[in-house]
Design a protein around this ligand. Structure first.
Ligand SMILES: [Zn+2]
Length: 602
């Protein structure tokens, strides 16, 4: 565990991803950058001031599509190289060069959006009919029309982008650069503390004294930033309110949902039903955790501990391949081939080295396969993380193949469905394989709750419930001072956990920890994606091939369908309560089975 980290240069190639699929050398990168600059100039020369006919619009979009692909490859290449080694000066230099050209180019081609915005309706409609690429891109231009301001106002708002984003930047800077946590002491022993140390380690710490003391020390420290954070956040939501009024939306919530192509009813449903119907199941789960750990009481600081901390199945990278391929092979030969390619062509960066970014992500440059960043710890939980990220890879492989680069962006509401369904399929596969090994089976079930569902249906959903209350006040023109934010958060927690969990002092500050609040309505969408994923997983398990075929078609649709239609293509109706209620039942069933196994294993 306490192995010292290696330098990136000492890591064997097979543990790293292969960015040469994008560019083979710095020379190749620079040549591509030159091409990109030329293409930018060509688009400007041929089309600026001329987007007034369907022919010109579509000619321009053809080039703009190419431009997006080139930009996507350049941008990803430099970002990927930096993300695996922040100490790599060469990579940073390349990144700086590319990014500087990229922002210049971005401002050059910005005329496309502004000219399309003022093009007459009939011209856009005709262009949509004859478009070879970016048909849905144009439809979106049309959809935005009622909310568009005069060209001068749009330009003024665009010029203020950095100012409008300032709250988020200030929030992140204070969180990542300013806050210094002091050590905390437990029974005469000192423990270091930090933001990610707390969220990634101490919240899961099995020693109750250390875990609770860490929560206490963490809360005390962030409380020192309470008023600044509330002011920054308040200014962010008031800006959103102002913009939503300028753009003539009925409310902030409506303006944010418009971008996601989601109705108010769909949004409210996720929050209301989960708050009411999932809560009893999660309270039971909290009770089971308390019993399993022999705790005096269940507190807010104890909720992240695992059911069976002594049991931690190990898996090597080589072994992971079998799990991943067998576990997800239900998705068919084409999908299996993609998984094999991912291992063979080194899509995954497994390494742990100095300067590598933490956490995990999947980047999918257009039609070039994916890049998955992980930190492999030889744990079965890593297999779930990998399955999740490969879900994103599979999604973008499918829609990248079927759609133009202008039409691959998908709504938040569905974006985590292809990833979480892989976690679920993997869990079902492992349960099937567990045979008589009850402890392993319980481990899988408990992982489903503590990872997959807790994260998406509890952590982020409670954030969403809080966020909705904040926006309601903002929509009424009321202020949201720190005390109000604390009170709203605490009330949400009280409503969800009831008397089952003691709300430790500091729980009310949880809203201070989440950058999502600066990104619109993000938090609720995790549960929406996972609702679709759960329903499709159940369909695939039950119906087999027809359900797989539907899912594959859905994945290929990319940004060409709105969330309701995305779900419908996959055989799920998200316009009524049924899918979500059934998903909550599924979660309840897992918790009931954990209870049974706890008894049997006691
Ligand atoms: Zn994801």
């Amino acid at each position: 565990m306490a192995e010292t980290l290696k330098k990136r240069s000492e890591i064997p190639a097979e543990l790293t991803w292969d960015t040469s699929r994008l560019f083979k050398s710095s020379k190749e990168l620079m040549a591509a950058l030159e091409d990109f600059k030329n293409l930018t100039a060509e688009i400007e020369k041929d089309y600026k001031g001329k987007l007034t006919t369907p022919e010109a619009i579509n000619g321009c979009l053809d080039k703009y599509n190419e431009w997006n692909i080139e930009a996507d490859h350049l941008f990803n290449y430099v970002e990927l190289n930096v993300s695996v080694d922040y100490t790599n000066g060469e990579a940073q230099k390349e990144q700086a060069i590319v990014m500087s050209e990229f922002s210049k180019a971005l401002s050059t081609v910005s005329f496309i959006d502004s000219e399309l915005a003022v093009a007459p309706k009939d011209v856009i409609e005709e262009a949509i009919k004859t478009a070879t690429v970016g048909k849905h891109y144009l439809e979106d231009v049309e959809r935005q029309r009622p909310h568009r301001l005069t060209p001068e106002t749009e330009a003024a708002l665009a010029a203020l982008t950095e100012t409008i984003r300032a709250p988020y930047t200030i929030y992140e800077t204070s969180k990542l650069a300013d806050i210094q946590f002091p050590d905390f002491e437990v029974n005469g022993e000192n423990h270091p503390l930090g933001y990610s140390l707390f969220e990634d380690n101490y919240e899961y710490e099995r020693n109750t004294d250390i875990r609770r003391a860490a929560f206490d020390a963490f809360s005390k420290k962030i409380r020192e930033y309470l008023y600044t954070t509330a002011t920054v956040y308040g200014s962010h939501v008031r800006t959103e309110k102002t913009i939503s009024e300028l753009r003539k939306y009925d409310s902030v919530i409506d303006s944010l949902l418009f971008e996601q192509k989601v109705t108010r009813e769909m949004y409210d449903r996720q929050i209301d039903l989960i708050m009411e119907k999932l809560a009893p199941h999660m309270r039971k789960y909290a009770r089971l955790l308390k019993e399993a750990h022999g705790l005096d009481k269940m507190t807010y600081a104890d909720l992240k501990i695992t059911m069976d901390p002594d049991y931690d199945p190990h898996v090597t990278i080589e072994e992971s391949k079998k799990y991943i391929i067998d576990g997800l092979s239900i998705m068919g030969d084409e999908y299996k081939e993609m998984l094999e390619t991912a291992y063979r062509e080194r899509w995954v960066d497994f390494a742990q080295n100095i300067g590598k970014s933490t956490g995990g992500f999947c980047a999918s440059p257009y039609q070039k396969g994916s890049y998955i960043l992980l930190s492999w710890n030889d744990r079965m939980s890593d297999v779930f993380t990998l399955a999740h990220e490969l879900g994103h890879a599979g999604h973008f492989a499918a829609c990248g193949k079927a759609q133009s680069a202008l039409d691959v962006e998908v709504s938040n509401y569905v974006v985590e469905a292809p990833s979480t369904i892989n976690e679920l399929l993997m869990a079902e596969y492992l349960k099937e394989k567990s045979g008589d090994d009850k402890r392993f089976r319980r481990w899988v079930l408990a992982s489903q709750i503590s990872n997959t569902y807790y994260h998406n249906f509890v952590t982020h959903l409670l954030e969403a419930a809080y966020q909705r209350e904040v926006y309601k006040l903002v929509d009424k023109g009321e202020a949201v001072p720190a005390e109000t934010l604390n009170e709203i958060y605490k009330n949400v927690l009280k409503k969800f956990w009831g008397d089952e969990v003691e709300l430790t002092e500091g729980c009310e500050l949880t809203w201070m920890r989440q950058p999502h609040y600066y990104m619109g309505l993000y938090s609720y969408s995790y549960s929406a994606s996972l609702t679709i994923a759960t329903q499709v997983m159940k369909r695939i398990r039950k119906e087999g091939q027809p359900a797989v075929d539907d899912w594959k078609k859905t994945l290929a649709a990319g940004g060409t369908v709105a969330p309701v239609d995305f779900a419908k293509m996959a055989g799920v109706d998200v316009t009524s309560d049924a899918a979500l209620l059934d998903t909550i039942d599924y979660i309840g069933g897992i918790i009931d089975e954990i209870e049974e196994l706890n008894k049997e294993l006691a």
